[in-house]
Write a protein that binds this ligand. Structure first.
Ligand code: ZN
Length: 316
């Protein structure tokens, strides 16, 4: 079997290419935010932890509520300003955990999670990036209610992009956590791994958090050495993807493997091994004879792997 020359049309990377203008200059303008909320023009995403509330409209699902509709869903927490779309405001509103359960039986609503929404295409693709923005920001609020400097309750400001401590005046900014996700390449083979939580038969890139004081390149080499015992050299940046589970930024890279003998860290991985191009192409196209697969196009791993198959990466 040879590698198909045509892997089919490229599919979009999930949660990217937002159409919103973040309009950061409006975050601290309370009058402007109030005006955007008034008049029923604001579009609001309602999110409670991992759950996203969707509205049935005819045969479609719509993730946008008016502010009044969103507040009528149940007890809410922060309202955060996501940005502007064609001049109207887009917001995210947090629902308290107890508010979600009764919504699950409402006939005009569907309660789903952001992975399912993306993989199953439950809403128009334009909503995925702002939903990711809302989910990550609301999660940050839910986990940062108290000042990490003095322990006093903090309060949201700047449209939800910062929390200030009234006791010690420390400002806390919404954060995202960088994760390096990488494909090690050795000529005509690449290294894929499996975690026990993966769907049966799915293999993917290795990944791990970038640590304080560490470059992306060093994180790539360290993770592969730790998880699979492979030494790597050059690292080439490919693309990045917000991954709001709960608040990561996936930084996709290819890297040149310098050694070949795999030593799997069984605490991190169920298995890791080398795959050749034919096998990986079959996995990506869902034609593998044993049913092995790579992640779906919503995930950056799919695109990192495909770029290797098509020689569209920075390592020669
Ligand atoms: Zn404080």
């Amino acid at each position: 079997m040879s590698v198909p020359r045509d892997l089919g049309p490229k599919q979009p990377l999930g949660y990217t290419a937002s159409l919103l203008q973040r309009a950061a200059e409006q975050r601290r303008d309370e009058a402007a935010l109030a005006a955007l909320c008034a008049g029923g023009q604001a579009g609001v995403y309602a999110i409670g932890g991992e759950f996203v509330v969707l509205k049935r409209t005819g045969g479609d699902l719509d993730p946008l509520f008016t502010l009044d509709e969103a507040r009528a869903l149940g007890a809410t927490s922060e309202l955060v300003f996501l940005g502007l779309l064609a001049g109207s405001g887009r917001f995210g509103i947090g629902l308290e955990p107890a508010a979600i359960e009764p919504l699950k039986t409402a006939t005009n609503l569907v309660i789903s999670d952001l992975r399912s929404i993306a993989v199953q295409g439950l809403v128009a693709a334009d909503h995925l990036a702002p939903l990711a923005e809302a989910k990550a920001l609301l999660h940050w609020h839910a986990r940062h209610r108290f000042c990490s400097n003095c322990g006093a309750p903090s309060r949201p400001v700047d449209g939800g992009w910062r929390r200030d401590c009234p006791a010690c005046r420390t400002q806390h900014f919404a954060r995202t956590d960088p994760v390096a996700i990488m494909l090690a390449i050795a000529g005509e083979r690449c290294l894929l791994g499996r975690q026990s939580r993966f769907a049966p038969g799915m293999w993917s890139c290795l990944a791990g958090f970038v640590e304080p004081g560490e470059s992306i390149e060093d994180a790539v080499r360290r993770e592969i050495r730790e998880e699979a015992g492979i030494a790597c050299g050059r690292v080439s940046y490919f693309a990045s993807q917000p991954w709001p589970f709960p608040s990561s930024l996936m930084i996709g890279c290819h890297t040149q493997a310098l050694s070949h003998e795999i030593v799997v860290d069984r605490d991190e991985l169920e298995d890791a091994r080398w795959f050749d191009r034919d096998e990986v192409a079959a996995m990506l196209l869902r034609r593998h004879r044993d049913g092995l697969t790579t992640p779906p196009p919503v995930a950056i791993a799919h695109h990192i792997i495909r770029a290797w198959l098509e020689n569209e990466h920075g390592l020669d």
